[in-house]
Design a protein around this ligand. Structure first.
Ligand SMILES: Cc1cc2nc3c(=O)[nH]c(=O)nc-3n(C[C@H](O)[C@H](O)[C@H](O)COP(=O)(O)O)c2cc1C
Length: 175
């Protein structure tokens, strides 16, 4: 039985960009390296977005693994005011092909914010509907920093239907 959840939290950088200092941009590079190294080991995937000094991250995976990672992340001094804004049980992952996708979509997000009545990117105020719309944008967006590196939904299908897969596999071998 899979116990998949999708958690979304928001936080504020402790390292805003200042003139002559890449600040949080450097942090984001390191965070993505850590996420892409660690998350596959725990079958965690998701997406990270940063704007207006706020992080917005979605973590998908087994409940225990996601909760464990969230605790580690919440203690990270590179951000503060870490607040979970949505936790949902899911059957399939929205970011099944990513250990951690990173998107930079200023124009698309600005358009969505305007349409939805938000004056700026203030994710602590987002309701479930707005969170789903943000994640919808991110699903189709291109990640300029990386390529899809996982196939989690296939792993789940294999675990749930071992009989079918082995029959197909054996059939192929025999043909
Ligand atoms: C906004 C933010 C998002 C992060 N996301 C992840 C993540 O998805 N996976 C991860 O392993 N670490 C993530 N981290 C880093 C963790 O807090 C922690 O530094 C890291 O897991 C330690 O990994 P290491 O023991 O391999 O150095 C994130 C940190 C921040 C500030």
């Amino acid at each position: 039985m899979s116990n998949l959840i999708r958690m979304v939290y928001v936080s504020t950088t402790t390292n805003p960009v200042k003139p002559g200092n890449r600040g949080v941009q450097k942090d984001i590079g390191r965070i993505l390296m850590q996420a892409r190294k660690n998350n596959p080991k725990d079958e965690i995937g998701g997406v990270l977005y940063f704007s207006n000094n706020y992080f917005f991250q979605c973590l998908e995976g087994e409940q225990a693994a996601v909760n464990r990672l969230y605790k580690t992340i919440a203690d990270d001094p590179r951000h503060e005011n870490v607040q979970s804004v949505s936790v949902k049980r899911i059957h399939t992952r929205q970011f099944a092909n990513w250990s951690m996708k990173y998107v930079a979509l200023e124009d698309d997000v600005s358009r969505l914010l305007k349409e939805s009545g938000y004056a700026s990117f203030t994710p602590y105020e987002f309701d479930d509907d707005m969170i789903d719309k943000m994640l919808g944008l991110f699903t189709n967006a291109v990640d300029q920093t990386s390529r899809p590196d996982q196939n989690y939904n296939a792993t789940i299908a294999r675990n749930e239907k071992p009989g079918l897969f082995s029959r197909l596999f054996n059939g192929q071998q025999a043909a």
